[in-house]
Design a protein around this ligand. Structure first.
Ligand code: ATP
Ligand code: MG
Length: 426
């Protein structure tokens, strides 16, 4: 049985439970074992007088984090944390843990992030850390459900590629027989090809790889991207999908993960849609109250912090200068401005999207204007010559979303086994 299936009303019933020894408290004539399973905690109480001597003596010596199986009787007990305790008949040690532990599972001794990540399997046993990934699972599930309901199909595009998505330098080269190859930084080009293929609405949830040199609290070298691409719509169409998706995720997490939010001591509120929209130019005006930045320059961290403090919560920055956005974005008639947007949470970017340039000639011009070579994009450009519908899409960082939602100070907290500038193991 799982811990949550037992209640004080089961008083007198026989139960079998299994889990980890969270704590052993030996009071001489009385021993308490706090058993932890995937749902919570159980108190196993061993009064010396009642328990068989051998069981009693073995129980008090069980090392913390050993895996045990307990058969016993439920006893209603108001003083116990759940209103009941279990008086064991037998305790079987399924696997004994070594001592001392590399890391404390109880919240008593704080550990630094490196030690925690080096011992992630045990760090994840801590209820607060575990809760993050239980919620992450729900987030992904809600996203999938929402997008399926909206008529999207899920696709899988290659992670081994021969060209940079944006011709950037943030690529990991890999050895691929006699050819040059890279790990993909984004499914961008492939999901656009899917529009030419006629799927109309596709999404992908998969890894992206970025050789970001700098170690920041919001960048990983391997992250999870949620990407959509949709035909016969524009940037505004996909912004609406994005904000509805975010609101749905928050609502689902509130409804289905209440226990984990409580463990994390979080009060989540479902954000109201539509999210505020602010153009790049208006954003610049706000930043310029404290700092001069020329029009056309990207908003750096400091600028975004000023903006985040002013606006707060979830908001869109729209109408970005074309020159700081990738070649595939479509521009307005004023070609200096693109039909692009970023979804922000405070100063952190959660997603980037745009209506895409679907007109072949324009696209080729854009590629050249960025100093890139159309020949290296031939596999992509081909899909634009034989009937490409107008389309738009976005990419949303899953770990960034978790960071924002759960107020995590470091993106590594939202990844089971984060990859950063110095860490590739475990
Ligand atoms: P930033 O400017 O914050 O580095 P970006 O503009 O380079 O991000 P995009 O190429 O727009 O990122 O990717 C879409 C989304 O993927 C981002 O909004 C972000 O949520 C996520 N993302 C991108 N790079 C990373 C990364 N290195 N680590 C974690 N998430 C990332
Ligand atoms: Mg971006």
């Amino acid at each position: 049985m799982r811990s949550t299936e037992i209640t004080p009303e089961k008083d007198g019933e026989q139960v079998k439970v299994a889990g980890w020894v969270h704590e052993v408290r030996d009071l001489g004539g009385l021993v308490f074992i706090v058993l932890r399973d995937r749902e919570g905690f159980l108190q196993i109480t061993l009064p010396k007088k009642v328990i068989e001597r051998e069981t009693f003596n073995r129980a008090r010596k069980i090392s913390r984090e050993s895996v045990i199986k307990v058969e016993g009787v439920v006893k209603k007990e108001e003083k116990a944390p759940n209103g009941f305790e279990i008086i064991p008949k037998t305790i079987e040690v399924l696997n004994e843990s070594l001592a001392p532990l590399p890391l404390e599972v109880t919240e008593k001794v704080p550990a630094d992030l490196d030690t925690r990540l080096d011992n992630r399997f045990i760090d994840l046993r801590r209820p607060k850390i575990n809760a993050i990934f239980r919620i992450k699972s729900q987030v992904v599930r809600s996203i999938r459900e929402f997008l399926y309901e909206e008529g999207f199909i899920e696709v899988q595009t290659p992670k081994i590629v021969s060209t940079a998505t944006e011709g950037g330098t943030e690529l990991f080269p890999i050895s691929y027989f006699e050819k040059e190859a890279f790990l993909n930084q984004s499914p961008q080009l492939y999901k656009q090809i899917m529009m030419s293929a006629g799927f109309e609405k596709v999404f992908e949830i998969g890894p992206i790889f970025r050789a970001e040199e700098h170690n920041t609290t919001r960048h990983l070298n391997e992250a999870t991207s949620i990407d959509i691409e949709m035909s016969f719509t524009d940037h505004e169409g996909v912004m609406k999908i994005l904000e509805r998706l975010i609101a749905r995720v928050y609502a689902d997490v509130l409804e289905k993960c209440g226990k984990f939010l409580q463990i994390l001591e979080l009060n989540l509120e479902v954000p109201k849609i539509p999210f505020p929209r602010i153009s790049y130019s208006s954003a610049l005006e706000i930043v310029r109250r404290s700092r001069e930045i020329p029009w056309g320059e990207d908003l750096d961290l400091q600028a975004l912090k000023i903006l985040g403090a002013e606006i707060g919560g979830l908001y869109f920055i729209t109408d970005w200068p074309t020159k700081i956005k990738p070649f595939y974005v479509m521009t307005f008639e004023d070609e200096r401005i693109s039909k692009s947007f970023d979804l922000m949470h405070g100063y952190i970017e959660l997603a980037s999207g745009a209506q895409r340039e679907h007109r072949y000639e324009r696209l080729v011009e854009n590629i050249k204007a960025k100093g890139l070579h159309p020949e290296s994009f031939e596999f992509y450009l081909k899909a634009f010559r034989y009937g490409m519908p107008p389309h738009a899409g976005w990419g949303l960082g899953l770990e960034r979303l978790l960071m924002a939602m759960l107020n995590l100070g470091n993106i590594r907290e939202a990844m089971l086994f984060p990859r950063d500038r110095t860490r590739i193991s475990p």
